[in-house]
Design a protein around this ligand. Structure first.
Ligand code: ACO
Length: 324
């Protein structure tokens, strides 16, 4: 076991709620189409905030919950596929906003697996004992990457952020195992934020296409087929059976994908909580928002074993098992 603890969790979602019925006024869609296929009724969408605003709000809440000063932090990592800008990076904006004067900060992007990959990096810093106190936040404003005329993707996503404070410890708690896997040869299945080739010498300029595109069916079958294999490896590394895990917190892309995962492992849906009904798919933020909700409702307790499972763009998958 790599000894460390999750000291606090927090979330921030924009106030504005957009329902499936609201979308039906914008495009040819309906709650009857969206909900049965995805499990999504609502998503929260920003008005004036950007990704760093949501992340900074999470950062302030985390510090307040733990009673830490910003200057206690050794590092801040933000996982996002929808940063404010490529430079400055979103974590640096957060560091400046909260005045974490001793912390270094950097972003990672592993799309919808970003929560698990970010936790992996943060936990390595702590288990190596190079650093003692860290903040990790998944934050997304996906509404700016979506073509709001494209009903095939715009109905799926939402904006939000969630995060954790982590600390190295001598207590018997921490990371039990992980399995990370990339499938770059299948990357075309999820595309977004593609830049044009625009230098002064280029003969032909590629068209700019910032919007989100996906092979929905391809992603669905990839997730239902490959995610269980990766999770299985993570459980085996920790010498655990599926029954030994108290909760599986999976990326909130689609209710049917999560149902299929639960069935695959012979586990009741109560062990695979979901909240995409209210937030849609918030990519790197989704698991962190769910974790905070379960923490707040008292469902997650010290000593429990929790598996985090991410999957999506890259393509990529990651699974970790923690003892809280
Ligand atoms: N409203 C009404 N009709 C729609 C909508 C909509 N919002 N979207 C598509 N349709 C129509 C299509 O045009 C198509 O019509 P046609 O048959 O006349 O051509 C029909 O519905 C069926 O479309 P499909 O795309 O085949 O629908 P499917 O049953 O596959 O469901 C869905 C689509 C929900 C996207 C499903 O494929 C899915 O959930 N896939 C997984 C997606 C996912 O998890 N992505 C994660 C992204 S991860 C990341 O890294 C960000």
């Amino acid at each position: 076991m790599e000894k460390m603890k999750i000291v606090a969790t927090a979330r921030q979602v924009p106030e504005r709620v957009v329902s499936n019925d609201d979308l039906a006024e914008l495009m040819d869609t309906s709650d009857e189409w969206i909900y049965p296929r995805t499990g999504i009724h609502n998503r929260h969408v920003v008005e004036n905030e950007n990704t760093s605003d949501l992340a900074a709000a999470v950062a302030e809440k985390l510090l307040a919950k733990a009673g830490w000063a910003a200057s206690d932090l050794d590092f801040i990592i933000v996982s996002t596929m929808s940063p404010d800008a490529l430079s400055p990076h979103t974590s640096a904006i957060v560091q400046g906003k909260i005045g974490a004067d001793k912390a270094f900060a950097f972003d990672i992007n592993a799309a919808c697996s970003g929560f698990v990959y970010g936790l992996s990096v943060a936990s390595s810093f702590l288990s190596s004992r190079r650093y003692q106190k860290g903040m990790f936040i998944g934050a997304e404003v996906l509404s700016k990457l979506v073509d709001w005329k494209d009903r095939t993707v715009s109905v799926l996503f939402g904006d939000g952020a969630g995060g954790v404070l982590l600390e190295s410890t001598d207590e018997e708690k921490g990371l039990l195992s992980e399995e990370l896997q990339a499938y770059g040869d299948r990357g075309e299945a999820i595309l977004t934020g593609r830049f044009a080739n625009k230098n002064a010498f280029a003969g032909e300029i590629s068209p700019l296409d910032p919007y989100f595109h996906q092979d929905g069916r391809g992603v669905y079958s990839f997730a239902t087929r490959e995610v269980p294999k990766v999770l299985d490896k993570a459980l085996a590394k920790a010498d655990l059976q599926a029954d030994d895990v108290d909760f599986y917190l999976a990326h909130q892309a689609n209710h049917r994908i999560i149902e299929s995962m639960a069935k695959n492992f012979g586990q009741p849906m109560e062990k695979f909580p979901t909240n995409m009904v209210e937030y849609g798919n918030t990519s790197a933020a989704s698991t962190a928002i769910l974790l905070d909700e379960l923490q707040e409702s008292g469902q997650i307790k010290p000593g429990m074993k929790i598996a985090f499972v991410g999957f999506g763009g890259g393509l990529a998958i990651g699974a970790q098992v923690w003892q809280l």
